[in-house]
Write a protein that binds this ligand. Sequence first.
Ligand code: ADP
Length: 509
Amino acid sequence: MPAISPAKPLNIVMAASEAVPYAKTGGLADVAGALPVELAKLGHRVTLVLPGYQGLWLGHQFRQISKRFSISIGGKPVEASLEEERVSVAGACYPLRVLAVRCDSFFDRPGLYQDRNGDYPDNLDRFVLFSRAIIEAVDILGARPDEVVDILHLHDWQTALCSVYLNAMAQARRRGHLKTLLTIHNIGYQGIFPGAQFSRTGLDPSVFTPNALEFYGSVNCLKGGIIFSDGVSTVSETYAKEIMTAEFGCGLEGVLASRPDAVQGITNGIDSIVWNPETDPNLPAHYGVGDLSGKRVCKQAVQRELGLPNRDVPLLAVIGRLTPQKGFDLFLEVISELAALDIQIAVLGTGDQQLEQEFLLAKSRYPNQVGVAIGFSEGLAHRIEAGADMLVMPSRYEPCGLSQLYSLRYGTVPIVRRTGGLADTVVPFKPITAQAGVATGFHFIDPSHEALLTTLLLAIQVYREREQWGRLIQTGMNTDVSWARATKQYVRLYEMLLKENKERRTSGY
Ligand code: ADP
């Protein structure tokens, strides 16, 4: 196979279970929405493949491009088709293709992965179908010699099985020089299903072994992806190191260690058009680093929106999925101490019902200080990022974290636990960093409410030193959190994978 020259545009298929602006539950959607656009802007040919969820069709112009095809799952044929929307990036210069896998029996549901009762019981079937449809898409796209796909970039467990299928098919029909990259956005979610469901994957039983997909008697989709993908990456350098340890690897640290190459850590960027306080259509006023008066308007508006009095006191924000990972239980433990101070708290989140109830209880106890919105609201997330003074992320682990990057851009000072991408993207306030003018936020290390409270008290004290606080905001807003750096790193990684003309692995670790 001739080597791909770096100057040659690559044909990249990006497959993810969610992407902005089509479907979103978390940071994966931000990355899978922004990275294809950035790659297209560099001149690469990019196709994004998504499941055809219920909310996906509204406001978009999809048209069917494939005949219906049938995929056998558990011995029953399930019908699907591919629908395409062409999106223009930067004024139509760089077309981006979006393919949705239409299979209404699996995807025409209110939730992406779950409803109030928990995960959909047929999630393995749903993402087996999705993974096999992605391969169908690669074949359809690559049918023309000038459109042969170079890179299939997979994200998380929902698409990880693609590498296992490609490996299984490799002997039968090779797909040119196609290389697969699996990006792990959160190793805590592995797509683990009862071993009895293995046959639903349609894979040969020879891969249901400990050195392939089997994981303590269960099927582990992410494990299969780690073993059979040509490259593996994750979303920050610190998290790349952390997941090699028993503390953070969630049982897959040995599998990662057995790979011949290291897991690459590429820190996410943000979509600086969607997240721009100078133009954000979700905000009642705009502002930039030179003039923060619009931020004060945003603060008043968000106070009103959350039923808080309009007061010039520090406004601390919490935004995110309410799961134990995010450490919001630590924040709840210090809420009464915080409420004793002249401060306000804005909460936006959904998830764990107990955490939801505890935040609502805090709101009813301190109605003038705690504003809570339970649910998912993109617009409110933007308005809180703009209106708050500080964003608190006490995560037990955080692969990259995007909210703190939005905070930096919106002049909202992040207070984070020093883990994963939070450690990599927030420069902690210390005498030396403050003096050098490089501090952008606050770190605490112990996952304890005492450590969190100490750091919050320090931040509230610094907030009152207006000049010092202004410097923190300015340094944060001037930090480059765009996708430019990360996109170049991904392209380098794709090129490296394409140069490695090694055989696809036939067995695992
Ligand atoms: P994760 O991917 O673990 O959920 P990230 O910090 O990487 O965490 O990304 C979270 C993204 O989801 C951010 O864009 C954040 O604004 C958004 N988000 C999380 N919860 C909500 C919510 N309840 N409403 C709106 N946006 C939310």
